[in-house]
Design a protein. Structure first.
Length: 434
């Protein structure tokens, strides 16, 4: 049991032992990890200069947003606000999101997929996927640089075993070979494997090249064809934020759909980052075909199961935010506004690359490969990441995220381009202090 969960149980028992006895096994195991949210809360209080912790995009004026999204809040009809939305989401929104998904992923034009089902943002989609496909002692394969909440979703809630591989090769590319090796090992042991593909990756900000993505897709297909059942989960939280020319600019979902009867691709995405609407909590879950024949009956059954889980937990998502997202998708300026916001973050990413390429900080930290998304990671050479994080907060008012003992995650999405060089200078100074 996690020590944080033990502490909470002791607190409850200290007041009323009977209440502790009332908790389920899962209830006893639950805790709030001291991860990004906790560190972000500390940064909100102390990061008076630069707050590079939370995964949103900001300007000096506040949160970044699309005008078409903001304008849509001014002219709702009562029918777009007050009634319950269906458990699977507004039908017009589901259709509009599929159209957008195909526009953003041209390869999907010739592939069968389900109609997207609306979730309460992407984390809810992950939870649904875990509930539907993950049993105790199943293997979930992911890179060693992964979003910490996966532990709660797959391991704590569902009892799965998380199996990791080195994210990068020694040459600095994505380690497709390491991924496939782990999937083969887990497949031999259990014959069913859940694979999480999160690109752009959180925390490193890396998206594979077309060659690397082909290697992933072809390798997983080969393993599936050998008889191993694979659920491939494409966590597309930061989809579209591709800044390097070398990036594969479509979802891994497109490469895995329709490849094998033993390979089910699941796409999780949403308006959170794609429309700069973090607080709206509108996400989607979409299933890919497992072969060339008509798969509409399977899609219908899977969609109904998802709707059942939603009904059993939150009943349905908020109508108002779904209406706002639908209006923005129908706005003729949507793609231009999205591209303009993406360009701001791209310039920040390029500035980080320029600052770190000088090599002046290499005696204290170096960057992992990054080319996309909101984040990048540095590997510390001589100091502990948590000590540095707290020191930067207390002495310099700079907020960053400690992801493990050696790594610091920096959200360049929430730091102005003009401030990036100064911020890394302060991180370097903090290392020297320690």
């Amino acid at each position: 049991m996690n020590p944080l969960a033990k502490t909470l149980n002791e607190q409850i028992a200290g007041v009323n032992l009977s209440v502790l006895d009332m908790l389920s096994n899962l209830g006893r195991e639950l805790y709030m990890p001291k991860g990004i949210l906790t560190q972000g809360a500390e940064a909100k209080e102390k990061a008076r200069k630069y707050n590079a912790t939370i995964g949103i995009a900001t300007t000096d004026a506040g949160p970044m947003y699309l005008d078409c999204m903001y304008e849509s809040l001014k002219d709702f009809k009562p029918s777009e606000l007050f009634p319950y939305a269906p458990s699977s989401g507004l039908p017009d929104l589901r259709k509009a999101w599929k159209e957008k998904m195909i526009k953003d992923n041209p390869l999907l034009e010739s592939r069968q997929t389900s109609l997207p089902i609306v979730t309460n943002a992407l984390t809810h989609g992950l939870s649904i996927t875990a509930d539907m496909f993950v049993d105790t002692d199943d293997y979930v394969v992911m890179p060693d640089k992964f979003w910490g909440n996966y532990r709660m979703t797959f391991a704590l809630r569902r009892g799965a075993e998380i199996v990791t591989y080195s994210t990068f090769t020694p040459e600095g590319g994505f380690n497709a070979g390491g991924l496939l090796e782990k999937v083969r090992e887990c497949g031999k042991a259990h014959n069913k494997v859940i694979v999480v593909l999160n690109f752009p990756n959180n925390p490193t900000g890396y998206t594979p090249t077309p060659e690397e993505m082909n290697a992933i897709a072809n390798g997983l297909t080969e393993i599936a064809e050998s008889g191993v059942k694979i659920v491939a989960v494409a966590d597309d939280a930061y989809f579209g934020l591709f800044f390097g020319d070398e990036c594969f600019k479509e979802s891994a979902f497109t490469m895995l759909t329709g490849r094998s009867a033993n390979l089910l691709a699941v796409k999780l995405d949403g308006a959170t980052k794609e429309e700069f609407a973090w607080g709206f909590r509108v996400g989607f879950i979409t299933f890919g075909a497992t072969g060339p024949g008509d798969q509409s009956a399977m899609f219908s059954a899977l969609e109904t199961k998802v709707a059942g889980i939603i009904r059993a937990t939150i009943s349905n998502g908020p109508h108002v935010s779904q209406s706002a997202v639908l209006k923005s998708l129908r706005n003729p300026d949507f793609y231009a506004q999205r591209a303009a916001c993406n360009e701001v973050i791209k310039k920040r990413c390029e500035k980080v690359k320029a600052v770190l390429s000088s090599g002046r900080y290499n005696d204290e930290f170096t960057a992992y490969p990054f080319n996309s998304g909101y984040f990048m990671c540095i590997r510390l050479a001589r100091v502990e990441s948590e000590k540095l994080r707290l020191h930067l907060l207390d002495k310099y008012g700079v907020g960053v995220i400690s992801t493990n003992g050696t790594d610091i995650r920096v959200a360049f999405s929430s730091v102005e381009e003009k401030d990036i060089e100064d911020m890394f200078g302060l991180i370097y100074k903090g290392c020297k202090d320690l």
